[in-house]
Design a protein around this ligand. Structure first.
Ligand code: A3D
Length: 320
């Protein structure tokens, strides 16, 4: 049986890391696409040359031609520009919307059966626009944000508790922005919810609140340190986890920016929710119960996403 084909649209910091991880995990053959000439070709060759040392079997190809993504099983989209210090994700909207148009049309023509994972910011609006431009079924187009935001939350919690990150589970909902909603009640250490851990004296409410805030600011913290771009190792690892869930039909329960139409009382919007990811793409939205306070935070986040989608429609009247 032929190996799956993974197309990476955008061969920058995240795209290169995605290619490396996909090859190391032998998820399939990799095509790196970018408009910058030489970059995807150089990165593909460099990673391919690590193959004999690492011992993986994967063909890597760099290209500037959409024809090379023909028939891809998975497309992961990072094309566009990242944040610089002082910029919000929303500042990227105008530039990256144009990029989504080109990418969406490329995928529509050459990889209409792919599972598409968008990473380009502002995430929730860009995944919506990418779906519109590509015309693919909603369940086959998702945004990566929740896995990353939850991973950041889990990392900070594991440091606070001094326990393995593997035993910390966490859920972050809502849009990928300052209004994201880290769900303390649904986050646990080996099944023990965080509020119980506060009662058990493992941490204090103040410390937990600070961790929640650090999670919300997780992207900005890295941008502030790097100065020339944004995070790329953890975002790439997060998207690879989603791609693997699809390719191996794992039915993973992962938060991602999915099309919600009915659940949570929402009508037609891309926003971060828990989902089941398998061979059908987003196979189910997990409609958890939210407290009044959580619902209020989630609603605020949804409103922020709606504002960004409206801004996209303002820029390109052909949308929506
Ligand atoms: P970067 O290293 O600049 O790579 C972006 C690549 O896109 C560059 O190589 C460009 O040449 C390429 N590109 C630009 N326009 C096009 C086009 N029309 N077609 C194909 N390629 C194009 O950025 P990065 O890899 O660090 O980040 C990529 C995106 O991910 C940015 O929008 C970031 O804001 C976003 N990001 C999202 C998260 C989330 O959690 C959602 C996290 C980190 C970064």
């Amino acid at each position: 049986m032929a190996r799956p084909k993974i197309a990476l649209i955008g061969a920058g910091q995240i795209g290169g890391t995605l290619a490396h991880l996909a090859a190391m995990k032998e998820l399939g053959d990799v095509v790196l696409f970018d408009i910058a000439e030489g970059i995807p070709q150089g990165k593909a060759l460099d990673i391919a040359e690590s193959g004999p040392v690492e011992g993986f079997d994967a063909v890597l190809k760099g290209t500037n031609d959409y024809a090379d993504i023909e028939g891809a099983d998975v497309c992961i989209v990072t094309a566009g520009v990242p944040r610089k210090p002082g910029m919000s994700r929303d500042d990227l909207l105008g530039i990256n919307l144009k990029v989504m148009k080109a990418v969406g049309e490329g995928i529509k023509t050459h990889a209409p059966n792919a599972f598409v994972i968008c990473i380009t910011n502002p995430l929730d609006a860009m995944v919506w626009a990418l779906r519109e431009y590509s015309g693919l079924p909603h369940e086959k187009v998702v945004g990566m944000a929740g896995v990353l935001d939850s991973a950041r939350f889990r990392h900070f919690l594991s440091l606070e508790f001094g326990v393995s990150m593997r035993d910390v589970t966490a859920f972050v909902l809502g849009g990928h922005g300052d209004t994201m909603v880290p769900l303390v009640r649904y986050s646990t250490v080996a099944g023990i919810p965080l509020p119980d851990l506060v009662k058990m004296g493992w941490t204090t409410q103040e410390k937990l609140d600070a961790i929640v805030q650090r999670t919300r600011d997780g992207g900005a913290e890295i941008v502030g340190l790097l100065k020339t771009g944004s995070a790329f190792y953890a975002p790439a690892a997060s998207a690879i986890e989603m791609a693997e869930a699809y390719l191996k039909d794992q039915k993973r329960v992962l938060p991602c920016a999915a099309w919600v139409d009915g659940a949570f009382g929402l009508k037609g919007i891309y926003v971060g929710v828990p989902t089941v990811l398998g061979a059908g793409g987003v196979e189910r939205i997990v409609e958890i119960e939210l407290s009044k306070e959580e619902k209020a935070m989630f609603d605020k986040s949804v409103e922020a996403v709606r504002g960004l989608v409206a801004a996209c429609k303002g820029i390109d009247a052909s949308l929506g």
